[in-house]
Design a protein around this ligand. Structure first.
Ligand SMILES: C[S@@+](CC[C@H](N)C(=O)[O-])C[C@H]1O[C@@H](n2cnc3c(N)ncnc32)[C@H](O)[C@@H]1O
Ligand code: SF4
Ligand code: SF4
Length: 335
């Protein structure tokens, strides 16, 4: 469950570089597919019609990874859609590792347990999505038995001690009061748990979005669980921002770059998965030139006040990165 010291030092250096020196995105968010096998109440991406035909091939993804790596990407996070639906996922991860990247993947765990031996050896961080305990999770994701499959995936993941295992636990109107049971579940599975609120997708998930009072209550509980020794990953300053529903300066336009399953590069996307600023197909882009351009910097600056999501990785890197670097480094040593 612990990050190695060399990982920690490497990530801190990447952060320092991004914050202080030559700012360029060191986080690559890559969608190997937009296909999805669930019907979640919080997320409408399953409605996007998508097929394998429109996806980049394995060779194309290998070239993409090399290009982003050469332009400074340190960490690749695979998401989507549901990344485990890609048959060549093990090869994609192996290539990212061969290039010296740290690998992370966010998954619904619907089919991960049976693919664990192929997928997990080249994965550094596994983010398992959980929308509630037991039947709450199944109801939210539209598939009976899914909660048990998440537990099975966590059980398989335990066989890979190199893996940093995190439960990504959404906070929404239908799971208030379940946080301690979820934190207990994380403890039992040797996993971290990271809580974050569902973001609004207008016209789709309004009924699930927590209001300010609920956020204050739930994140006070998250703070209590952390103090009580549960393996809560959220940094204290993140819990505080989430509890206060506080606006934050988003640094993701500076620190991250996104690419979809068709090879389109963009700066970020809203909670519905709609790109916020599209740069075009990677094939026609010189990344060094793009990152150095006034337009890229202007878009990143504009996104600082976006506030459309509160994903935990986003809030962790929010506001004054330089001021927070020391505490982030110290905290990472204990994780
Ligand atoms: C879009 S999903 C893609 C990866 C994968 N299909 C999964 O479910 O984990 C990535 C993460 O976004 C979260 N998510 C989806 N819709 C959200 C929303 N409206 N607000 C906040 N998080 C959301 C999911 O719970 C998941 O942890
Ligand atoms: S959260 Fe993941 S599994 Fe659920 S609809 Fe969105 S992409 Fe699909
Ligand atoms: S707040 Fe906006 S710019 Fe920042 S990560 Fe979320 S959607 Fe992207």
């Amino acid at each position: 469950m612990k990050a190695s010291l060399s990982d920690t030092v490497r990530m801190s250096l990447a952060l320092a570089r991004s914050a202080l020196l030559a700012p360029r995105p060191f986080l690559l968010y890559l969608k190997p597919t937009a296909r999805c096998d669930l019907r979640c109440a919080i997320c409408n991406r399953w409605k996007e019609s998508s097929s394998t035909e429109e996806e980049l091939s394995l060779d194309e993804i290998k070239r993409v990874l090399a290009k982003f790596r050469a332009a400074g990407a340190e960490i690749v996070t695979l998401w989507g859609g549901e990344p485990t639906l890609r048959r060549d996922l093990p090869e994609i991860l192996a290539e990212a590792k061969r290039l010296g990247m740290r690998t992370s993947m966010c998954t619904n765990c619907n089919s991960l347990a049976k693919k664990a031996d192929a997928v997990l050896p080249n994965l550094d961080t596994l983010l398992c999505s959980l929308d509630g305990y037991g039947e709450t999770h199944d109801a939210q994701r539209g598939v009976p038995g899914l909660f048990d499959r998440v537990l099975a995936a966590l059980g398989e993941a335990k066989r890979f001690p190199h893996l940093r295992l995190k439960i990504w636990a959404t906070v929404h109107t239908r799971n208030a009061g379940q946080q301690e049971r979820l934190a207990q579940l994380a403890r039992e599975h040797g996993a971290w748990i990271e809580f974050f609120p569902v973001s609004r997708i207008p016209g789709y998930n309004n009924a699930t979005v927590p209001d300010a009072a609920m956020l204050a209550e739930v994140f006070a509980e998250v703070a209590r669980l952390k103090r009580a020794g549960y393996p809560v990953w959220n940094a204290d300053r993140v819990i505080d921002k989430m509890a206060r529903n506080a606006p934050f300066r988003c640094n993701f336009g500076h620190a991250s770059i996104h690419m979809d399953h068709k090879g389109t590069v963009y700066s970020c996307e809203d909670p519905a998965g709609t790109p916020i600023h599209v740069w075009g197909p990677l094939a026609g882009i010189d990344l060094e030139e793009l990152y150095a351009s006034a337009e890229f910097k202007a878009v990143a600056k504009r996104l600082e006040s976006c506030g459309r999501c509160r994903l935990p990785c986003v809030v962790e890197l929010a506001d004054n990165l330089t001021a927070d670097l020391g505490s982030m480094f110290l905290q990472s040593l204990t994780r």
